[in-house]
Design a protein around this ligand. Structure first.
Ligand code: F0G
Length: 455
């Protein structure tokens, strides 16, 4: 298969280049594993012509707000509306879009009271077309896969990437191959991949094992890899931050907090923040902090035990299966963005995740367990004094509540931690539980339940 080039038919010429994050090599071609041909590290996308366009910020802001009045498919996408900061297409009709992005920014008044941070918001990426933030990256990467002439796309996944990839491949007339760890992803996510027509392999390994295999596969077979190692994914995902800042009238919050798994999303958001500053769209950087589950804390350990210099991988285990990752591919990019924005990195326990998820649910918003690490992490950052009560904070909720109904139902039934070492600690969460009750179909029984619930 030919290498991927920046001058494929349909790609706007000379609009962007690939740059290696370690040796800085600039290139117009990428290998199929999206690794530097010289040193093997990850690539990112850069825009050489931006240097000459200094101070374009005001023009961009008005272009983007004008596009909100348009009814064309590309402008209705909350990702492609920001196409001036993405790799360029020659023709707008080439974008594979499901009207992704355009996600709401909610206030969280109850969680604000709980954390003591009155200006607390959630950017809910779980309200994307397939229910997770992956859609923002997938619309861009799937579009470039098709322009590069691929018939097959593939990914390793803890579930959300595979659901998203399968949808965008189907919309774009491509086939998709999914590699997921057997028994370790939620049925909801698996069912999405099946419904969208993916060839789905449940491999007897973990996510890290699936990703290793995929990296070998793309060098042997003509399939285009759509994991977040693919820098086009991160370009799409970075629009989350552009949209967020637009929603905040370009006044940066003091903190943005994201969950960390394979660390593509934190890298994408950090890249966006630095680009927004360089383009003159914002005057200061929010601090970007990454929160991991204690049982999947490779970045936390990498920073604490190796000062961010080399990856400390772990054998990952957490009920937040979306972030059950021990060997995160984009760790170096994440270390860079934490340094660039002065952000923090924390870990939270399984019980803390369950509590935070129930608290976000009680706001009428809901999210999947991996997203709830942000609220649990915020509590820690407040305790440590890293986040001050007067500061504004945005939590990035990455996945929809409906992505993992088993977790929610088991929590409310009191079964999530039963028979585990966390059982005692989880008793403190009983007041948050709303177990369903089975009753005879009588008025009396329902009224009694109503009275009980009122207490
Ligand atoms: N939240 C959710 C809901 C996720 O699905 C993921 C990753 C993350 C957070 C972490 O984001 O990897 O960019 O640091 N899910 C991937 C998947 C790995 O295959 O769906 P990250």
């Amino acid at each position: 298969m030919p290498p991927l080039t920046t001058s494929a038919p349909g790609v706007r010429p000379k609009a962007f280049r690939f740059r290696c994050i370690a040796c800085g090599d600039l290139s117009d071609q990428a290998r199929q594993d999206f690794r530097c041909a010289h040193c093997g590290d990850l690539l990112e996308i850069t825009y050489p012509h931006w240097k000459e366009s200094g101070g374009a910020g005001q023009d961009l802001k008005s272009t983007w707000s004008q596009r909100r009045l348009s009814q064309s498919a590309i402008d209705l996408s909350g990702v492609w509306r920001f196409r001036d900061v993405l790799p360029g297409l020659e023709n707008d009709g080439q974008a594979i879009t499901l009207r992704e992005g355009n996600t709401p920014l909610y206030e969280l008044p109850q969680c604000a009271r709980i954390t003591g941070v009155p200006r607390l918001f959630a950017k809910h990426q779980g309200l994307n077309p397939t229910g997770s933030f992956k859609d923002a990256g997938m619309t861009v990467a799937a579009t470039f896969a098709r322009l590069a002439g691929f018939r097959w796309v593939a990914c390793a996944s803890t579930g959300n990437t595979s659901a998203s990839m399968a949808a965008y491949a189907a919309r774009g007339g491509m086939r998709s191959l999914v590699l997921v760890p057997e028994g370790k992803i939620s049925w909801s996510k698996l069912s999405q991949a099946l419904d969208y027509g993916a060839a789905t392999c449940q491999l007897r390994t973990d996510f890290d094992g699936c990703l290793r295999l995929l990296q070998e596969l793309v060098l042997r077979a003509p399939v285009y890899q759509l994991n977040s190692i693919n820098p086009f994914r991160l370009e799409g995902q970075k629009t989350l931050a552009f949209e967020l800042l637009e929603q905040m009238d370009w006044q940066p919050p003091d903190h943005i907090i994201v969950p960390g798994g394979n660390l593509g999303n934190s890298s994408a958001i950090g890249k966006a923040l630095v680009e927004m500053r360089d383009l003159g769209l914002i005057s200061r950087l929010p601090k970007l902090s990454v929160i991991q589950a204690e049982g999947a804390n490779a970045l936390v350990r990498t920073l604490r035990e190796a000062s961010g210099k080399k990856l400390v991988s772990v054998q990952a285990e957490t009920r937040a299966t979306a972030i059950r990752i021990g060997n995160p591919a984009s760790w170096k990019k994440a270390v860079h963005v934490l340094e660039a924005t002065d952000g923090a990195c924390e870990q939270v326990t399984e019980v803390e995740i369950a509590q935070a998820k129930a608290e976000i649910g009680a706001e009428g918003i809901g999210c999947e367990p991996a997203s709830a690490v942000t609220l649990a992490g915020l509590k820690k950052l407040v305790q440590q004094g890293f986040v001050k009560p007067a500061e504004s904070v945005v939590l990035v909720l990455t996945g929809n509540l409906l992505k993992d109904p088993d977790f929610t139902i088991n929590f409310h039934r009191g079964e999530l931690f039963k028979g585990t070492p966390d059982e005692d600690a989880s008793a403190a969460l009983n007041s948050l539980r709303r177990p369903p009750v089975v009753l005879d179909a009588t008025l009396d029984a329902v009224i009694r339940t109503l009275e009980q619930a009122e207490k």
